[in-house]
Write a protein that binds this ligand. Structure first.
Ligand code: SF4
Ligand code: SF4
Length: 221
């Protein structure tokens, strides 16, 4: 099962400063099993955001957001409420956030950090992958993971070696940062590229890191 932890509300509010109207989308799969997803978590998030002055245009829980076909069929029925939103906040693992971002024409943000997958990479055999870095930064990249889409796992822009949109390491592969640029351009948020991403804290990826131990412990109780 994929393990996730909630991002602090302050962090979520800091990257949604420009977005007043928010639609909440949650995965009813792994996060719900780990008791940080599902309706209770969505309603808690809704309350927190409303207290901070945001308007929630609606919310939806989809079993396995990583399944793009299923997610699209469910999301399309809520298109009016989604149309009213400036952005979509997703309570799921990194793959779910990336899958949603790939089918939406709006800014998509992660509400959780993915901390472990136990080798499991979502139900949908799409190209999205997550390295379980423990500090999800999809909010800065239009929902495309720079750690898995860039061959050099660069966090602050391209290496400069891409040619015709292809990676200099693997010419069969699209440059991850080219994809990020195009996605942010599509949703009108190229300003996100100006934000500096700190070096990763690799301790969060250690199997025995405090955050992983805590989540496993929670589940075992
Ligand atoms: S930034 Fe990438 S590796 Fe890290 S949690 Fe998000 S999707 Fe996973
Ligand atoms: S060409 Fe693009 S994907 Fe390849 S290493 Fe450079 S920035 Fe990363």
């Amino acid at each position: 099962m994929i393990l996730t932890e909630k991002k602090p509300l302050e962090e979520i509010l800091s990257f949604m400063q420009q977005d007043e109207n928010i639609f909440l989308l949650a995965c009813g799969g792994c996060p719900e099993s780990a008791e940080i997803g599902g309706e209770a978590a969505v309603l808690e998030m809704k309350e927190g955001l409303e207290k901070a002055g945001k308007t929630i245009t609606g919310y939806l829980i989809v079993d396995f957001l990583c399944n793009k076909v299923l997610a699209t069929m469910r999301i399309i029925r809520h298109k009016e409420k989604i149309a009213q939103a400036d952005a979509i906040l997703v309570l799921s693992c990194g793959i779910g956030v990336q899958a949603v971002s790939s089918i939406m024409k709006k800014m998509v943000y992660p509400a959780l950090n993915t901390i472990s997958m136990g080798g499991f990479q979502g139900l949908w055999p799409g190209q999205e992958r997550c390295e379980q870095c423990g500090e999800c930064i999809l909010n800065l990249t239009g929902g495309i993971c720079p750690i898995t889409f860039c061959s050099k796992t660069l966090l602050n822009g391209p290496c400069g070696g891409a040619k015709d949109g292809k990676c200099e390491i693997d010419k069969e592969k699209d440059c991850g940062w080219h994809l990020i640029y195009e996605r942010l351009k599509k949703v009108g948020r190229l300003d996100k590229l100006k934000e500096f991403k700190k070096a990763r804290n690799f301790k969060k990826m250690e199997p025995n890191s405090e955050v992983r131990k805590k989540r496993f412990f929670d589940i075992e109780q």
